[in-house]
Design a protein around this ligand. Structure first.
Ligand SMILES: NC(=O)c1ccc[n+]([C@@H]2O[C@H](COP(=O)([O-])OP(=O)(O)OC[C@H]3O[C@@H](n4cnc5c(N)ncnc54)[C@H](O)[C@@H]3O)[C@@H](O)[C@H]2O)c1
Length: 251
């Protein structure tokens, strides 16, 4: 028996990093998963891997800034798998620049992908969740959505703060329809997004000083949390913030 038997999910940004691990975890627990990204080659490889393992997953091209592509992804879930229960708004980018170095183009691009992408995903998925009788939306924010940091990116922090409160607004607006919405706040996780930090000994050392558990996180650390929020085990949980950060924001 899987923890997500009978459930259907959409995951954005699922071609690599945390998203790809979430595709693996959710299918392993019995969910049927439509996942999208702009990295089509990597996405197709993940789809093939899941099918080889006997899981059910379909890769679709999904640029999260494009409403029509979101609608097509939701349609694929309903046509191929019959409904939609779970949405993981995972896709995101980091533009690591200080406030004065950030250009208007940088600001618009990061807002488009990290904040508008989450809005469009939820807007597209909610009608299908309503048809399914409820659902669970999981928005991947960051510790950067909770606090500022010395070498952080103000534009990234602004997008992740937006995701944090969009989550609560969504939770409140749709609780009466049994649609839950929660945010996840990872600390540093070993994915392509932060390889520049991981490969720079002095930056990594600086980061480690703010990591009480003494290590960078893995994609599995986050996927376990996403799995919990996706499943009915969290049926009384909405509007909450699941912080998975090695203790970074505890002090
Ligand atoms: N890695 C970390 O330290 C860390 C920490 C906190 C939060 N996060 C967040 O976790 C999420 C996953 O990031 P990750 O660490 O796996 O990094 P990653 O760069 O490996 O994965 C991000 C994925 O999003 C995809 N993506 C980018 N723009 C897109 C678009 N317009 N449409 C669709 N997909 C797009 C990328 O192609 C990639 O597959 C992001 O929202 C990120 O901000 C990451």
């Amino acid at each position: 028996m899987g923890r997500l038997d009978g459930k259907v999910a959409i995951i954005s940004g699922g071609a690599r990093g945390q998203g790809a691990t979430e595709v693996r975890f959710l299918t392993r627990e019995g969910a049927k998963v439509v996942f999208g990204d702009i990295l089509d080659e990597e996405g197709m490889k993940v789809e093939a891997e899941i099918r080889e393992l006997g899981g059910e997953a379909t890769y679709v091209h999904l640029d999260v800034t494009e409403e029509a592509q979101w609608q097509a992804a939701v349609q694929t879930a309903e046509e191929r798998y019959g409904k939609l229960d779970i949405l993981v708004n995972n896709a995101g980018i980091l533009i690591r620049k200080g406030l004065e170095e950030t250009t208007v183009e940088d600001w618009e691009r990061i807002m488009d992908i990290n904040a508008k992408g989450v809005f469009l995903g939820s807007k597209s998925a909610i009608p299908a969740m309503r048809r399914a009788g409820g659902g669970s939306i999981i928005n991947i924010s960051s510790t950067a959505g909770l606090v500022g940091s010395p070498n952080g990116s103000p534009s990234y922090t602004a997008t992740k703060g937006a995701v944090r409160l969009l989550t609560k607004a969504t939770a409140i607006q749709y609780a009466g329809e049994n649609i839950r919405c929660n945010s996840v706040h990872p600390g540093p996780i070993d994915t392509p997004m932060i390889q520049d930090t991981i490969n720079d000994p002095s930056r990594l050392e600086q980061r480690m000083q703010r990591l009480p558990l003494g290590r960078v996180g893995t994609t599995e650390d986050i996927a376990y949390g996403v799995l919990y929020l996706a499943s009915d085990e969290s049926s009384f949980v909405t509007g909450s913030e699941l912080v998975i950060d090695g203790g970074t924001t505890a002090s």
